[in-house]
Write a protein that binds this ligand. Structure first.
Ligand code: A3P
Ligand code: MG
Length: 324
């Protein structure tokens, strides 16, 4: 099935097809290459997991003291995704989670094919190359990946224009599923038909939870259903209509600790394209340019009153301080 999907996404070439025009980039082409990059990265992620040789390493610690891990899945996916995008759009700023080792350069190029569904739904749209920032997460839910909890794992690409998330791709390598969306363009994924606003099921981190569980209960009531899950990509997909048996469903996604922009940009773009919202806990938009960190926590929702949720969340923040 992944084979079909890779075919639909186009394929990589090992020789350059000739330069694209400089100075401007076409967001539709960026979307097509982002889908291809997420699929190709996903193939590496899957291959390494199936080999059972992860070469797991500690990368450091989060501010909260959780161990940050890195595996061959992260490194090899990163190389594929980064060079596919960099070789196709050399003048675009690309920010990626993992370190790139220039001697390890990969010769992989886009074959210029745009998948039919993208051609049908999206019109070409040129923007200045310098206004674009691409964010790559070569393996979201690394922690769960090392525990062989494959359902949580995604690869993601996001394209921001002047800091606004505009194109998002979230790919599940182990389910051969890809969601993509472009703000004011189109998408291959949609919102569910209904959401529970009064008693929302809240999806939260299982490995970087902070105090999110206690405070969510204090804010939304003791009966609130809390779903702990890995991966920011997975948690955004939980808010949407995703045809994957292993995908849980939720009404709101909340994250209270620090998080990096490559973890959240693609989900933010997808939600925004579908009329949803991803903001800090105080309702501010997140700018996907400059620094790679997001300090204000995360609140993501779609087809519910996002502002009403924001208005409840100061309580959540106060409650979190009381708990210490
Ligand atoms: N406090 C924190 N500091 C740094 N990264 C964090 C973090 N909380 C979450 N993340 C990152 O955000 C992603 C989703 O987290 P979670 O699964 O806990 O919801 C994971 O990305 P990666 O797996 O890509 O590293 C995780 O490492
Ligand atoms: Mg990652």
């Amino acid at each position: 099935m992944l084979g079909d999907q890779a075919e639909r996404a186009g394929s990589g070439l090992d020789v350059p097809p000739g330069p694209l025009p400089e100075g401007t980039v076409d967001l539709r082409e960026l979307l097509a290459v982002s889908v291809l990059a997420a699929v190709k990265g996903g193939e590496e992620v899957k291959r390494v997991r199936e080999s059972n040789v992860l070469n797991e390493k500690a990368k450091g610690k989060t501010r909260e003291g959780a161990e940050e891990k890195m595996t061959s899945g992260d490194v090899l996916s990163n190389r594929k995704m980064f060079y596919l995008l960099k070789n196709t759009f050399p003048s675009v700023q690309i920010n990626t989670e993992e370190h790139i080792d220039p001697p390890d350069k990969e010769t992989v190029f886009w074959d210029r094919s745009i998948p039919e569904d993208i051609k049908e739904k999206i019109q070409p749209k040129k923007v200045p190359a310098e206004s674009v920032t691409v964010w790559i997460d070569p393996l979201d839910a690394t922690y769960e990946y090392t525990e062989d909890l494959r359902q949580y794992v995604t690869t993601m690409v996001c394209v921001a224009v002047n800091g606004e998330p505009v194109v998002g791709v979230i790919h599940k390598p182990f389910s051969a599923y890809t969601a993509w969306a472009m703000v004011d363009g189109g998408s291959n994924v949609k919102a569910r038909s209904s959401y529970s606003e009064r008693t929302p099921r809240i999806i939260v981190s299982r490995s970087h939870a902070g105090k999110v569980e206690q405070v969510a209960r204090q804010t939304f009531g003791n009966k609130t259903v809390i779903i702990p899950a890995g991966g920011a990509g997975y948690k955004v997909l939980a808010l949407l209509d995703v045809p994957d048996k292993k995908q849980e469903k939720a009404d709101v996604y909340i994250h209270v600790t620090y998080i990096k922009k490559w973890d959240i940009c693609a989900g933010n773009a997808v939600l925004k394209a579908l009329g949803g919202h991803m903001t800090t806990l105080t309702g501010e938009e997140i700018s996907y340019t400059g620094s790679d960190g997001n300090e204000g926590g995360l609140l993501a929702s779609i087809n519910v009153n996002h502002q009403a949720l924001v208005d409840k969340l100061p309580d959540l923040e106060k409650a979190s301080h009381k708990q210490t």
